[in-house]
Design a protein around this ligand. Structure first.
Ligand code: FAD
Ligand code: UDP
Length: 366
């Protein structure tokens, strides 16, 4: 006879793991089921040729929340990594995010006043509030940067034209008139020294974890084992796509181990031309200041998503938000099922927001 648990947690990603930790610390018992053959969800890291590899793409932890930072630091020691990616356009390198280094490389301007004047001249064509990503980008950094560093990258990333994408996507990127290549504005940033998998392992300590289990394939049986379910998989899949499938963007990762100590000199290089099919190459060892003789690099190819493929990025446009809202209303009517995380809440969530949301939920219900 299977044991009875307070919580059945579907998904061993960050949301599920933080929820499990808080529940267990309140004396509750947890069974975690995970479809993949490992814990961690998309933050999963593994050792390859002496390098800690981020299997599902570069993951840099950054937050402005002291509470979230203190929380994750209880379970992992973080290094002092600061993300300073480069953009490669037709073989020329530009610093990101858009800052005085980028403006110098683009136009040869050396002062903030010159850079601002250049952008002011180029943004003149946008007179109203930006209606789409193209207008938003031109209004922030002018047409030259839009054409070279935004248009191609964004269109391959999202598989649609910049005029069909919402403005908010580009507003994630800082624009600075200082010589500062830090990709993020947040005061706390770093990467767990022992990798994210070790962090998630610590969070899950004490829970029973069953890997390779698809909840949706045996939900009656699993539901019978616990009082409450926390579901962190795709909300539309939970409801059998009854209103239709929510759209996602997918990704394909191609990794190589090279007999080279240092391939590109930095963790992330974006490839911004449309003609190059991948959006970026990451060299994993630089996330951890690795010193070995070998290196592991990963090319990240954006891909269309169809039901069954790995859903990476929710497409938060109006059509999908409206559809999500219908699923959310169904979810609200559930008595013993909670929904959380990037897929359960169909949100473009960074890790810190996932931790904050899981902490908020547990504060509310435990
Ligand atoms: P997930 O990690 O997706 O976990 C959900 C888990 O549920 C998965 O393991 C899945 O297999 C499992 N599951 C789904 N359905 C079922 C089922 N039916 N049965 C059993 N298990 C199921 N954030 C940052 O802060 N910084 C970054 O630099 C950053 N980079 C990113 C780069 C990429 C390429 C991507 C895709 C995301 C990035 N993120 C980053 C976001 C980060 O990955 C997410 O915030 C975080 O992983 C979300 O955690 P989660 O638990 O909500 O979801
Ligand atoms: N972006 C861009 N050029 C770049 C990097 C980013 O145009 O070199 C745009 C692109 O539209 C992307 C958005 O900025 O979707 C947000 O970038 P971020 O790096 O935050 O996206 P992520 O890859 O983390 O989803």
């Amino acid at each position: 006879m299977d044991k009875h648990y307070d919580y059945l947690i579907v998904g061993a990603g960050l949301f599920g793991a933080v929820f499990a930790r808080q529940a267990m610390d309140s004396g509750k018992t947890c069974l975690v089921v995970e479809r993949r053959d490992h814990i961690g969800g998309n933050v999963y890291t593994e050792e390859v040729a002496g390098v800690t590899v981020h299997r599902y793409g570069a993951h840099i932890f950054h937050t402005s929340s002291r509470e979230v930072w203190d929380y994750v630091c209880r379970y992992a020691e973080f290094n002092h990594f600061i993300n300073t990616p480069l953009a490669n356009y037709e073989g020329k390198l530009y610093n990101l995010p858009f800052n005085m280094h980028t403006f110098y490389q683009m136009w040869g301007v050396t002062t903030p006043a010159e850079a601002q004047a250049m952008i002011a001249a180029q943004r003149g064509e946008i007179t109203d509030t930006p209606k789409n990503l193209e207008e938003q980008a031109i209004s922030l950094v002018g047409r030259d940067i839009y054409e070279k560093l935004v248009r191609g990258y964004t269109e391959k990333q999202w598989g649609r034209s910049c005029t069909d994408l919402p403005p908010f996507i580009i507003k994630r990127l800082p624009v600075r008139f200082t010589f500062d290549n830090n990709y993020f504005n947040d005061p706390y940033q770093g990467i767990p020294k022992a990798g994210y998998t070790a962090l998630v392992e610590r969070l899950l300590e004490g829970a029973e974890v069953r890997l390779g289990v698809d909840y949706l394939a045996c939900r009656e049986e699993l539901n019978a084992l616990a009082d409450t379910v926390l579901y962190t998989g795709p909300i539309d899949a939970y409801y059998g796509y009854c209103y239709g499938a929510l759209e996602y963007r997918s990704l394909r990762f191609e990794s190589e181990t090279l007999d080279t100590a240092n391939y590109q000199g930095v963790a992330v290089v974006n490839y911004n031309e449309r003609e190059i099919p991948y959006t970026r190459i990451i060299e994993h060892k630089h996330f951890a200041f690795g010193k070995g003789d070998k290196t592991v690099i990963t090319r990240e190819y954006p891909a269309d998503w169809t039901v069954g493929a790995e859903p990476y990025y929710p497409v938060n446009d109006e059509k999908n938000q409206t559809l999500y809202e219908r699923y959310r209303q169904l979810a609200e009517g559930e008595k013993n099922v909670l929904f959380g995380g990037r897929l359960g809440q169909y949100r473009y969530y960074d890790m810190d927001k996932v931790v904050a949301a899981a902490l908020a939920l547990t504060k509310e219900i435990l």
